[in-house]
Write a protein that binds this ligand. Structure first.
Ligand code: ADP
Ligand code: MG
Ligand code: ZN
Length: 484
């Protein structure tokens, strides 16, 4: 980006709250059912039906509000947001306009700098309000019109709106990671972008550095991953910068992200924007939440990512960065702690998860929760390294085999005869063979060239097919070949 400009970004995140039933009726909120299986007169908007608020929805929303340091509104009201579209059976969506559940909070986001140094940035949360989801239209492969599935109509959503405090697409990505972590820890949502339980619209404008007024914003929709949000924002910042530099004016509009083309295109401009004609929902009267209830929910909040991060540092002696990575995803943190429960060394476990296990999972596009190597089995492998049964080098070969076969490390070690060679006699013989075959390196080492030692250790490792303990070989060689 041109250094003359800075980008200004605000995100609107919709999270589906994890409840058994919908927000205003008793229909199931489950994903993946037969089309229109989960419907009733209320969520189909049939005349005469009346909405009743699901108390669990309110409780989950308050949980999120508290975790995001928000003020919980004393009075809560629902409003009708009117627009006409076939996915909306009532032709209005029940939402919250001027009295949302929560407002004026903040989220502390970790921004990754050079060398993995993390700096904190506080991003304001404007508000979090409840609303019902709409149905889903199906157009593809249908000749005579479109089909509609109302299973999703009435599913509870919480819309979390950030202040325009984010300054780069990377910061926006990090904000989403941090927000998702909190939602996962609270267990209020599945946070699955593919299934639509987490959706994000991104607003972005640019302005000259030093300018304090906001520029004209563009809203981008249709991103299906956090990386896509980041890419769409980067594209949009470039597009806006180019436009401004060539003297064009940015128009306020909604644009859609096209993943395969990696570009955004205009969907509608401000002139075509909706006037939603919000008004209070007459079928749901405004109400207050007792402060005792808010206190009870506050007390029930689980350990959140930041607290767990601190705990991982103090209890397990992990570095700031390692503890952050392991706690930025709840399931990853749970996996780590399950290994520790199985008596694996914390630092070794942290290294093995981050370097070896995650590499295998990423290569196979597998989530940590679905890892073919369970925590118990990774802990088993790490214990074998810890008690010198296998070398670290061999362990790196065992893990992919565990991944493939789902067998335990012990079984593989037995089957393949991979037990580390610690028998001094065997090692000394191997060292002697290597010394005889590498006169040049031997004399180099004796002359004080320490690099030669590494080479010779490597040769002994080769002799023993990687099963020797490098520390032992090191000691043996140093003894046999003292520097003269
Ligand atoms: P709208 O009424 O169009 O929905 P809002 O004021 O509710 O706009 O803001 C929606 C989102 O857009 C918020 O996350 C906010 O931070 C962000 N936003 C508002 N103005 C700007 C701007 N000029 N540039 C970037 N983001 C903005
Ligand atoms: Mg908005
Ligand atoms: Zn229903």
């Amino acid at each position: 980006m041109n250094t003359q400009y800075e980008s200004v970004i605000g995100l609107e995140v919709h999270v589906q709250l994890k409840t058994k039933s919908k927000i205003f009726c008793a229909c199931s909120a489950a994903f993946g059912c037969e089309a229109n299986e989960n419907t009733c007169p209320v969520c189909l908007g049939l005349p005469g039906s009346l909405p009743v608020l699901n108390e669990k929805v309110l409780e989950l929303a308050i949980k999120v509000g508290l975790a995001l340091n928000c003020r919980i509104s004393e009075r809560i009201k629902f409003d009708r947001k009117n627009y006409f579209y076939p996915d909306l059976p009532k032709a209005y969506q029940i939402s919250q306009y001027d009295m949302p559940v929560a407002s004026k909070g903040f989220l502390v986001v970790e921004i990754k700098g050079d060398g993995g140094v993390l700096t904190e940035k506080r991003i304001g949360i404007t508000r979090a309000h409840l609303e019902e989801d709409a149905g889903k239209l199906l157009h593809e492969g249908i000749k005579d019109g479109s089909w509609v599935d109302y299973n999703r109509a009435g599913v509870p959503l919480l819309e979390i709106v950030s202040e325009p405090d984010l300054r780069t697409p990377e910061e926006a990505f990090q904000y989403l990671v941090s927000l998702k972590a909190i939602l996962q820890y609270l267990e209020v949502s599945d946070c699955n972008m593919e299934e639509g339980s987490l959706r994000c619209d991104a607003n972005v404008s640019i302005r000259s550095i030093g300018e304090t007024k906001l520029g004209t914003k563009v809203e981008i929709k249709n991103m299906n991953s956090f990386r896509a949000v980041q890419k769409a924002l980067a594209y949009e910042v470039k597009r806006q910068t180019k436009a401004v530099e060539s003297g064009e004016k940015i128009i306020q509009e909604t644009r859609l992200w096209n993943e395969s083309k990696s570009e955004t295109f205009s969907m509608r401009s401000k002139e075509q924007a909706h006037d939603y004609r919000y008004f209070p929902e007459p079928d749901l009267v405004p109400f207050s939440v007792a402060s005792e209830k808010i206190e009870t929910i506050k007390k029930s909040l689980p350990e959140l990512p930041k607290a767990r991060w601190d705990r991982f540092k103090t209890r397990y002696g992990l570095s700031d960065y390692d503890a952050y990575v392991l706690t930025s995803d709840k399931i990853l943190g749970d996996y780590f702690e399950a290994c520790i429960q199985e008596k694996a060394d914390p630092k070794l476990t942290s290294n093995w998860i981050q370097s070896e296990l995650l590499a295998l999972l990423n290569a196979g596009k597998i989530a940590i929760g679905d890892s073919p190597v369970k925590a118990k089995d990774l802990a088993g492998l790490i214990r074998l390294i810890g008690n010198n049964t296998v070398s670290g080098k061999i362990a790196k070969e065992i893990l992919p085999m565990m991944f493939e076969t789902r067998k335990s490390a012990e079984t593989i070690v037995k089957e393949k005869g991979l037990v580390q060679v610690t028998d001094l006699k065997v090692l000394e013989e191997a060292a002697d063979r290597v010394i005889r075959a590498n006169a040049k390196s031997v004399s180099d080492l004796k002359a004080g060239k320490k690099q030669a030692l590494g080479f010779l250790v490597g040769q002994v490792m080769k002799e023993t097919k990687g099963k020797a303990n490098p520390k032992l070989i090191n000691e043996i060689l140093t003894q046999k070949l003292p520097i003269q």
